[in-house]
Ligand binder design. Structure first.
Ligand code: IPE
Ligand code: IPE
Ligand code: MG
Ligand code: MG
Ligand code: MG
Length: 303
């Protein structure tokens, strides 16, 4: 029964956007994995194994949806979408290495180093990271846009953001950590790339400063909600659905939201962040509906 108000876009509504954009994203990813002169075949296979594995593609979706929210043609942002997914894929390969989280399952498959060995996995990650910037630099125009996008992605992937967050994540323990530390880790190791995806999509669509500020704020809130949900899924998710091992954070004494705040408070904090993120993008109107449904999906996801 309707109460007269507009129904909230749900995870189901997000399905429409997935059907619209995912085939385009998959085909761009496939093109990026074609043999190219000088790239050894084993290295190419490892890159392909990682990049084409069945991930959710949320970050490239965010790039395209941000472009759409700003009135741009989403596919003009495809090089940025591709680049962000490459950086994400590299970060997963390195995150899974024995020296880091030491995981053997990713996206429902053995991790890259389990299949190709550690050395090739490290190099496949290196290659994807470099390729991301080649894509931005050579496939975006005009050159000012390409340079601005390279700077945004480099900052998000670099020592102050993603890599810095990963470094702190390795040191932090639930026993010795507090909420400020945890927020700083989550916002950098995961939030920064999500925020960058939004900013890149907006830039490719020629967004103005106020639109870019909204996208960045939405990205910051969503990024934190996303990693809280990741922590919750590690604590209470289903391995088969998730495609990665569960219960590892607690087993390793990691500093996570459920460890610090408990399951219920963590879930309600993620909910609050998503509500706030949706308010921030409300001024985009119907063109922002994709971003809103993606934010709702992040809360309801089981993988
Ligand atoms: C997993 O990200 C790694 C984190 C930053 C928490 P996703 O849950 O988006 O992974 P895929 O791309 O769908 O595999
Ligand atoms: C990983 O966080 C963040 C990055 C890869 C940058 P997690 O270690 O929690 O991600 P999962 O759970 O292995 O996917
Ligand atoms: Mg990790
Ligand atoms: Mg991990
Ligand atoms: Mg995790």
């Amino acid at each position: 029964m309707s109460n007269g108000s507009t129904p909230l876009p749900s995870a189901a509504a997000f399905g429409d956007y997935v059907r619209r954009f995912q085939p385009l994203i998959e085909s761009a990813l496939q093109s990026a994995c074609q043999p190219s002169e000088g790239c050894p075949e084993t290295l190419r296979q490892a890159m392909e194994y990682v990049l084409l594995a069945p991930g959710k593609r949320l970050r490239p979706m965010l790039v395209l949806l941000a472009a759409e929210a700003c009135g741009g043609e989403p596919t003009t942002a495809m090089p940025a979408a591709l680049a962000v997914e490459m950086v994400h894929a590299y970060s997963l390969v390195h995150d899974d290495l024995p020296a880091m989280d030491d995981d053997d399952l990713r996206r429902g498959r053995p991790t890259c180093h389990k299949v190709f060995g550690e050395a090739v996995a490290i190099l496949a990650g290196d290659a994807l990271l470099a390729l991301a910037f080649e894509v931005l630099a050579t496939q975006l125009a005009p050159p000012e846009l390409a340079a601005a996008c390279c700077a945004i992605l480099a900052e998000a992937a670099g020592p102050r953001r993603l890599v810095g967050g990963q470094a702190d994540d390795l040191q932090a323990t639930a026993a010795g950590g507090n909420l400020d530390q945890l927020l700083a880790i989550h916002e950098r190791k995961t939030g920064a790339l999500i925020r960058a995806a939004l900013c890149l999509g907006g830039r490719c669509a020629g967004a103005d400063e106020s639109q870019l500020a909204r996208l960045a704020k939405y990205g910051q809130l969503l990024g934190l909600a996303f990693q809280i949900t990741d922590d919750l899924l590690d604590a209470r998710g289903c391995e088969k659905e998730l495609g990665k091992r569960v219960g590892k954070d607690a087993a390793r004494g990691k500093l996570t939201f459920p460890e610090l705040l408990g399951i219920d408070q963590s879930a309600s904090h993620a909910q609050q962040l998503v509500d706030e993120a949706c308010e921030v993008i409300a001024p985009f109107g119907p063109r922002g509906a994709g971003l809103e449904s993606l934010a709702r999906f992040v809360l309801q996801r089981s993988r």
